[in-house]
Design a protein. Sequence first.
Lengths: 759, 176
Amino acid sequence: MDYEEGKGLRLKQVCIRPDGVEKVTGHLKFLTDLSFPNMLFAKILRSEYPHANIVSISTEKAEELPGVRAVITSKDVLGLNGFGLIFPDQPVLCKDKVRFVGDAVAAVAAETEEIAEAALQLIEVEYEPLPVVDDPEQAMLPSSPQLHPNGNILHQASYQSGNVEEAFQSCDCIVEETYQLPRQMHAYMETEGGVFVPEKDGTLTVYAGTQHGYKDRYQLARILNMPEEDIRVVSSPLGGSFGGKDELNIQPYGALLALKTGFPVKIHQTRRESVRSGIKRHPMKIKMKTGAKKNGKIIAHQVRIIADTGAYATLGPAVLDFAVEHATGPYMIPNIQVEGYSVFTNNGVAGEFRGFGGNQVTFALEGQIDRLAVKLGMSPLELRQKNLRQAHDPGPVGQKIAPTDGAQQVLKQISQSKLLNSCRKQDHNGLIKTGVGVAITMHGGGLGYGRLDPAGGRISLNEEGKIEIAFGFEEFGQGLLAVIEQIAIRAIGCSREDLHIVIGDTYKVPRSGSSTASRGTSMVWQAIQRMKAPFQNSLLERASQCTDVPVSQLKIGEKGVWHQDELLISYKELAKQTIDKPLIIETRFDFPATPCSIPGGHFLYSFAACAVKVEVDLATGFVRVKHLEQAVAAGPVIFPQGYLGQIEGGSVMALGYTLTEEALIEKGTYVTENFDTYLIPTIKDVPLSIDITAIEELCEEDEYGPRGVGEIGTVAVAPAIAMAIYDATGIWVNKLPVSREEIVNKMMETEMSKWLTSK
Amino acid sequence: MADKQMSSSIKLPSEERMRMSIFVNGKKKELEIHPAARLVDILREQLHLTGTKISCGIGRCGACSVIMNGRLVNACLVRAYQANEKEIVTIEGLAEKGLHPIQQAFLEEGGFQCGYCTPGMIMAVKAILDQYPNPTSQQIVDGLSGNLCRCTGYSGIIRAVQKLAEKETSRLDSKC
């Protein structure tokens, strides 16, 4: 193995990431910073109504406006008028019906953005409004208006083991609760955008951020009716994504307008346009009934999940499968019944978002464990320990998984947190209460069983004499470039200056699959392990042929191949001398999935435990997270700053999810349209110290290396905060974001009843 | 008639222009521009200084933070007529002679990830340190409360600024 077995606390190591200097100097060109000669600007007309029939669309007046170069509607879609990562049910441009306020009806390319904006106002669309379906439970009724030909249920998933009904009969303690989770917005700082350039040879270059360049190319080829090879997708860097730019967004419109006008077309959505059209985290209503014996052994767990998937599918089915799979988390429960429904409504579109359904069910599951613990009079940590999985236990849906002791590791680590034993401070008038809470989670990586999840990479010695490492992955801030650099340096034995890393361009990179599902780091490590020996051997053989020194005496090092502490031949020279026979090593393989036939069932899991300390102001209901700790078990750390940043950043994103963030929709229309009402945490809202411990040890026989940590840091935070609020106030939170009003009201009720009884 | 009513309610781009001069990163620029053009667009589109970013467009996120006559402003809220004759420092003006210490600290402490809020964030840190060379935690969080970062959770940013403050303290100590 090529990683050094660390002892966890080496996350503060300084290592400058390869894209760092360009980022701190502002020199990095994001794709929305690009401009080209004769570039036009595009705007997209979105639906006025959350649900309506389109009676007519007239674009004549817009077309007559000076400076307008093209107006497109559904009849201008060259190929398939639809997109969607699983099935293409979202119209590129709606023809006769709109199903949410972000549905595109027309788009304009003009000489300036102002003219394009004005032209939108000249497009006349006559709508016939239809009843708005804004409640997923109502949408499930046969009497509800049906939004799609197959009805309003996008997807149904379930898991069953044992017999819960019988098991509940023998429980000593049962907790039943309904949890409600909000629509969270990714709120990446760079809104969707890019430039679309028609090339002289009839091909199209797309400069637009995504999490999977090849998938965008595939979807665009269908829409444009063009061969995939004629479309080049340049897809990195991105100013954040978090799942939000995984699905197509503005690409179809830019591409169609560029082909129609023959000029480069730029689109950069405003924040309002982004909020209106972009996907969000699924709001879910989760009902759980969980029963235990007096001794704390949980024997029955019943779950019903209803997810509001909005108007179109995107990855809604997979998110639901993930939620169903993770509904029992790291606990071994003999009788389980989980059923989930992902339901169409006119409430925006919900889709892929960091955590992927795990955040919602973990909030509910950990809430159940804490409520059970209180009811049983047992410490929440002890109750977790009693039911926790062991290294060789099957996965949460009974499937075979890679052995892992992560659950035990993170629980043990967090149990030692000083936070949990810190004294409870109270201010003198007793209005500020302090509480602590802990939660744990397990999280599957990769797309799972039954889903195409190919990975791959390429190492070559390029003409300039650089060791070129190419992956079809994207850099949206997570530090993938640094991960590739670190793994490559350690595996090959060269220096960072010898490397040339290529990502995010379908003309230059091999297929590696998506930069999603915590798979990037994992796949880069596995790919380089596969390629390193053939590459090294071939490199040394060539060096030997060029120098007549036997391979056994050669060593790969900085700048080139070395012989007895001397640089024998540089990579540059080697490349020059072997230019007729370039050295290229490629690999292709799949992300490991469980062999058990469970749709989306995972094989590799990572784990986290979170402890928080909160202060609750009883007079205002304000909750402040004072300290936050996370222990993460995800294998070896590759790039310490990136690992730390993922968990710290994930923690704060989850803090927002818990306390302030909700993309509010009323009757199908967004109420929160920008950062003035959609409140992501500011620096004033975060704990000044967040302590992260990385547990790097894997099971002895584990051969899968480091797991990605892009998602795991976001999952256990919300339930830990909810428990801390209970600890401080005695109030159980079952709905996020935490309502300050509800805290104040409940405290007043409690105080009132105390006062009444004392009288 | 219907057409006339229609077009009278439509906001068409105005042709009005003003002459302005602006000093950006020490260089004087003369422009013909709409008086209500946003400073952020002037920087990005007229002067091709794309380090200054646009994100919320309403002064809530700080991605477009620049320093105007010594004070931190949101370039999306400043109009051409307000920027006329003013001195502007953008992120491109910070690193003209090698990396600025703030940039170095951000690199070392992980004060950025995607890098989109970073130019604005670094300008905000500069504004703090210009005012308080050795800022307290309160001054740091007050000074950065108008700059949103979605990636880092602010931890790396706080470490970077604390590192700069510590360096300043030891510099002062060694002088004494």
